[in-house]
Design a protein around this ligand. Structure first.
Ligand code: GLU
Length: 306
């Protein structure tokens, strides 16, 4: 990192993102998410040596949505190991996160765990082990963030009431045998998991093991084996930002995961995690201001891994 302090970098990023408000749209396909003001902006950095830095709405909870897919995958890999990869692939999809076309062409085998089909497969795997995967993910998030994390029941219900596309995905996979439980139960568990509410500060804390070789300096426990940590970061770099992952890697150069609640969390291996939130999304489902903020952060600190 260069001579600017992290607090100075965050202050500069907050100025640089200003012209980018109004360029994206708050999503309305989950109606409850459309109630969040598009002007929100928060950012938090947690360093592996214990530093914490925040700006703007960094302590306000928001719907972390697809960011939870990283936590559910980590839980599944910790529980059943490489068998996960018999149920879901590791390749970028090149299609929108909720599409069925590739899935149908490829026999119901999802391209990766971060598109909806892959995350539904991971939920199905967790249902083999526990009754309530959303509660498991919530507990894991709270443990990693070192503080309570809630499920927003209104967001969960709003998603489930409108989850026709995800029902289609789960039913297609049930037909192909790549989902084994009742598709309705899988979609319900997945929707509740996506409805976790976390702040940028909590997200930066929860993802810290991915920056610290699998160890959480915060809770002082090994969360993932070191090799698995590298592999999770590889998946984030190649599949974490849906079908705009190439341009995100080009601009930001960090493993990251976005969610349609407007959150993006990025990993600077060996150094820090950076979480940003701003609700207006680009057409791929990633926060416009969030991606711009991470691009500026990466440039100002010269922390790209590429
Ligand atoms: N729950 C959302 C969905 O299934 C997650 C999508 C996202 O955050 O990218 O549509």
């Amino acid at each position: 990192m260069n001579e600017l302090s992290i607090d100075e970098v965050l202050a500069e990023v907050a100025v640089l993102v200003k012209p980018h408000f109004g360029k994206g749209r708050v999503p309305d396909y989950i109606p409850q998410l459309a109630t969040v003001p598009g002007t929100k902006f928060g950012m938090a950095v947690r360093t592996v040596d214990g530093g914490e830095h925040a700006i703007g709405d960094a302590d306000e909870g928001f719907s972390v949505q697809s960011i939870t897919k990283v936590l559910s995958l980590g839980l599944a890999l910790n529980r059943i190991g490489d068998e996960v990869w018999t149920r879901v692939g590791k390749e970028p999809s090149g299609t929108p996160f909720n599409h069925l076309s590739l899935l149908e062409a490829e026999g119901g085998f999802p391209r990766n765990p971060f598109i909806n089909a892959g995350a539904l497969a991971v939920t199905d795997i967790l249902l083999d082990k526990v009754k309530d995967p959303a509660a498991l993910v919530r507990g894991f998030a709270g443990f990693l963030a070192d503080g309570p994390v809630a499920i927003d029941e209104a967001v969960a219900a709003s998603e489930l009431d409108n989850a026709w596309q995800n029902r289609a995905i789960a039913n297609l996979m049930r037909g192909k045998g790549t989902v084994r439980h009742d598709p309705e139960a899988v979609v319900a568990a997945y929707s509740r998991q996506c409805a976790l509410t976390m702040s940028c500060r909590q997200l930066a804390r929860a993802f810290l093991p991915l920056a610290a070789g699998g160890f959480s300096p915060l809770v002082q426990e090994t969360i993932f084996p070191e090799r698995l940590t590298r592999r999770l970061n590889a998946l984030l770099l190649t599949c974490g930002i849906y079908d705009s992952v190439g341009s995100f890697a080009y601009r930001v150069g960090l493993p990251a995961k976005s969610g349609v609640g407007g959150g993006v969390v990025a990993v600077v291996p060996g150094k820090a995690t950076v979480a940003v939130w701003s609700p207006e999304l680009d057409r791929f489902g990633t926060s416009v201001v969030g991606a711009r903020a991470l691009e500026a952060f990466s440039q100002l600190t010269n922390c790209s891994v590429l």
